[in-house]
Structures are given as structure tokens and as C-alpha cells.
Design a protein around this ligand. Structure first.
Ligand code: SF4
Ligand code: FES
Length: 232
């Protein structure tokens, strides 16, 4: 099989695999947010950047190449990831200490892995709504990082296209496909794949807040870098 080097590790791959796919199969972690092995790569968050062939690329969308040297665990690469993560934290309202997802939040865990402990940029404190219309599921738009995992899950697995991103740049935001934009009037069901895919605390189940105590949650127990990708 062809091979490339990821930092000091030799990684074999199948033709057509991306750097991310090959790394995950080899049990090697590259930080990422919008990539999930169940769905087509999206390439939007850029947190999975690596350095190869003289440039920075997103590892979830770049094909593995025979003999390539790929740098991931390097100070400059981590610094760039921290910048991207910092922007995600300041452009939303994440409020980690009181978030139901704290301890099982991918954004929080990736930030910890990359050493981004508190933002240095000013918080934007955007005005965003909460949609509590659905009997079983809450939408807290304050935390959306626009990864489009729910969009892809609803479209590709649930075949409903309940979620979409509207607007561009700083105006981009998640919308629900229903006459009044509320979840209760959409085709969404709490059993949908889209209901359990959100890496942060936007799409949350009702009626079971803080069932798992803080400190005993998924990433509290085992760091994200040591967990194979699995469904939430
Ligand atoms: Fe991603 Fe969650 Fe926002 Fe959907 S709601 S785009 S899964 S962060
Ligand atoms: Fe690769 Fe988001 S994980 S761009």
C-alpha cells in the first residue's frame, strides 16, 4: 500500500482516501470540527489544517499522496488552529460553564487539545434566538459554529433537509425549513440522525438536562485525541 508520513508516523492509505481518513484509520488524531466519517467532507472549519507540499491544506479534503510529509503536531500549525478556534468562540455565545454540552462538546475539547484556553479577541455577543417550540428538542442558536453536520445528516441520512445555512460571511446562520422557521412545524423528529450529530450545544434533547454529571462526560474522561470517531 502507498504511504505518507504524518509527523513521525508512517500512514498507509488506499487510493482516493484523504489525509484525515487515512490518519483516523491509523488511529492518529488530527483536530477537526466539521469532518465526520459518516458524511461527505465539507472543508469549512479549517481546524484540520496540516502543512504539506509547502502549503497549508485542510486534511479532510486533501487526498493522501505517496511519499508526502504531512506536518500536524507542530507549534505553528497549532497556533493557526488556535486562531480559528478563538474566532469561533468569540463570534458565538458559548457560555461553557453552564452549557448542557460541556464535557462532551467537540469545540471545547478541540480547543483544549490545541491549547486555546481563553480568547484574546473581543467577544461579539451576537443576538441569537432559542427555538423551544419542539416538544422533544431545543435549538440554541447561540452556539452554532456552522459546521453543517446537521444539514448533511438531515439531507443525506434523514432525507428531510430540515436544516440549511442562510446568508454569507458574518451574516451566515442556521435556518429551519418550515413555514414559520420553527422546529415544531418542520419534518424534524427527535429520532433523526440530525438530532444527535451537533458537535456543540445547539441541538439538544429536552427533559434530560445534566443527566451525566460534569466531570464524568465523554471528553472529561478520555481526551478527544484518544477517542476514535464515533456517533454522539
Ligand atoms: Fe453544526 Fe450544530 Fe450548527 Fe448544525 S446546529 S451547523 S451541527 S453547530
Ligand atoms: Fe476539515 Fe473542518 S474538519 S475543514
Amino acid at each position: 500500500m502507498p504511504e505518507f508520513k504524518l509527523d513521525n508516523h508512517s500512514v498507509s492509505f488506499l487510493e482516493g482516501q484523504t489525509i484525515m481518513q487515512a490518519a483516523l484509520e491509523a488511529g492518529l488524531y488530527i483536530p477537526h470540527l466539521c469532518f465526520h466519517p459518516e458524511f461527505k467532507p465539507h472543508g469549512s472549519c479549517r481546524v484540520c489544517i496540516v502543512h504539506t507540499n509547502g502549503r497549508y491544506v485542510s486534511s479532510c479534503t486533501t487526498l493522501a499522496e505517496q511519499g508526502a510529509q504531512v506536518i500536524s503536531e507542530q507549534a505553528e500549525v497549532q497556533r493557526q488552529r488556535r486562531n480559528l478556534l478563538e474566532m469561533l468562540f468569540i463570534e458565538g455565545n458559548h457560555v461553557c460553564p453552564s452549557c448542557e454540552k460541556s464535557g462532551s462538546c467537540t469545540l471545547q475539547s478541540v480547543a483544549e487539545y490545541c491549547g486555546m484556553l481563553s480568547p484574546t479577541l473581543p467577544f461579539q455577543f451576537p443576538q441569537r434566538k432559542v427555538d423551544a417550540s419542539h416538544p422533544d428538542t431545543l435549538l440554541d442558536f447561540n452556539r452554532c459554529i456552522l459546521c453543517e453536520l446537521c444539514v448533511r445528516a438531515s439531507r443525506e441520512v434523514d432525507h428531510k433537509s430540515v436544516f440549511a445555512i442562510s446568508g454569507r460571511g458574518i451574516q451566515a446562520h442556521l435556518v429551519v425549513d418550515s413555514a414559520d422557521g420553527r422546529l415544531v412545524n418542520s419534518l424534524f423528529a427527535s429520532t433523526d440522525r440530525a438530532a444527535s450529530v451537533c458537535p456543540v450545544g445547539v441541538i439538544l434533547p429536552k427533559h434530560k438536562g445534566f443527566v451525566e454529571p460534569i466531570g464524568q462526560r465523554r471528553f472529561d474522561l478520555i481526551p478527544i485525541s484518544r477517542q476514535q470517531e464515533k456517533a454522539d
